[in-house]
Design a protein around this ligand. Sequence first.
Ligand SMILES: Nc1ncnc2c1ncn2[C@@H]1O[C@H](COP(=O)(O)OP(=O)(O)O)[C@@H](O)[C@H]1O
Ligand SMILES: [Mg+2]
Length: 239
Amino acid sequence: MERVTTGIPGLDTIIGGGYPRGTNVLICGSSGTGKTIFCTQFLEEGIVEKNEPGIFITLEERTADLQDEMLGLGWDLAEHQRNGNLMIIDAASPRIGASEGSELRIGSNFEIDALVLDIHRAATRIGAKRLVLDSIPALMLKVGESEEFRGALFRLSALLLEIGLTSLMTTESIDPFLVSRYGIEEFLARGIIVLSLEEEVSDLKRFLRVRKMRGTSHSLKNIPFEIVKEKGIVLYVAK
Ligand SMILES: Nc1ncnc2c1ncn2[C@@H]1O[C@H](COP(=O)(O)OP(=O)(O)O)[C@@H](O)[C@H]1O
Ligand SMILES: [Mg+2]
């Protein structure tokens, strides 16, 4: 099975060399647990180390805010965009569509099928291999909670499979046992990684746990990590 590196030092070993290529992994965690950083690190490493262009669909933060935040971690997304290695599809701004002078547009009424088409075009244009959708609940807010959303998510995941993109999608986890709010996400996801903040002697500590990774045997341990300036996520894996 071909593997795609995660971009997180130490994590590849835990899941047997990386994500199975073409898989779809759900990144769960409440606000501030590091989901956006985790996903960006995946794209950053793909672009810088593996020559694998990426697509970032942002629904919670505008492109400019995302660029600013990630610059603090040493990742220059704007430069990747200029070099044609990264396409940010900004569905957070009032004017929906791919950013920065691109002719890609979703239109004034948000339609998930238009987004799917947009992803397809972007993937073809830059030869994308990796994709991030941040976040599913924000997408659901735009589309509305309905049967239609479910169908649309299916079409989206079918497209991703067809064009062979390895993708990460974020969601909140309210109930750690249900993992995701809508169930469907879990059903669609071939892998689940949970990020959390847990109290330890009155301090909050960050943890990562691989809950599910199809086709892979993996540890279920809660692995401590930190978010480090100019580095991103640093795992503390026991030797
Ligand atoms: N430049 C930085 N250096 C170190 N830690 C950072 C930096 N930028 C953000 N963080 C940490 O990352 C957290 C946000 O991570 P983020 O991925 O946006 O979380 P989520 O997407 O789960 O809400 C912040 O609360 C902060 O603790
Ligand atoms: Mg986020």
